[in-house]
Ligand binder design. Sequence first.
Ligand SMILES: C[S@@+](CC[C@H](N)C(=O)[O-])C[C@H]1O[C@@H](n2cnc3c(N)ncnc32)[C@H](O)[C@@H]1O
Length: 204
Amino acid sequence: MGPAELGDPVARARALAGTEQAAELYGAWAGTYDDDVFGRLGFTGSARIAELLIEHLANPTAPVLDLGCGTGAVGRRLAELGATTVDGVDLSPEMLEVARRTGTYRRLAVQDLTVAELDLGGPYAATISAGTFTSGHVGPSVVPGLLVAVEPGGLIAWVIGAVVWSGFEAALAPFGLDVLHRAVEPIRCDGPPEAVMYVARTPD
Ligand SMILES: C[S@@+](CC[C@H](N)C(=O)[O-])C[C@H]1O[C@@H](n2cnc3c(N)ncnc32)[C@H](O)[C@@H]1O
C-alpha cells in the first residue's frame, strides 16, 4: 500500500481493528505522515501535551518515555523546550525510522503496547503520549502496565481521545493519581475539542 492508496488516513487510522492493521497503515503512511498531520491537517495535540509536561517536569534532564512516538513530533517539541533524555516506543518500524532521523530521542524501540507482560524498562520520571490512546489504537486495558514504567511521584502526560476517555478514566481511577490538568481540548487548528489533555502525578 502506498500513499496514494491511503485515502483519508486519519479516518482510516481511527477505524483500525487491531495491531496488524495499525502496523500496515502506519508503515505505509510514515513517509508522508508529518506533511499530512502537522502540515495539511494542522494537528496541534502533540506539541500541546509536550508543553503541558514541561510545565510540570521539575528536572528537564530526567528520563521521559514517549508511548506511540510515531515520527517523533512529541520528542521534537520536548527537545525545543529543553528536555534532554527522551526514549520512544512504537509499533511501526517505519514511523520509528522517521523519529530516529529527528535526532531527539536517546533510544527508540519497536514495541506493541498491547502485549501481555509489557516491559517498558524505566522507571521513567514521566511517560507522554499523543495520538495513541484513541479509537482504533491502544485502549485502557494497557493502563496498569504503562504505570509500572513511571517512578513513584512521576508524571503521566497523555492525550486521550474523548471517545475513549470514559474507559481510561475508569482504568486510571484505582491508582490514586494527583490530577494536575484534565481538560477536553482541540487537537488541531480551528478544530473542536476532541481529546482529553491529562497530566497527573503518581503517588510517592
Ligand atoms: C496518530 S499516531 C501518533 C504518533 C505521534 N505520537 C504523534 O504525536 O504524531 C499513533 C501512533 O500509535 C502507534 N501505535 C498504534 N498501535 C500501537 C500499539 N499497539 N503499540 C504501540 N504503538 C502503537 C502507531 O504506530 C502510530 O505511530
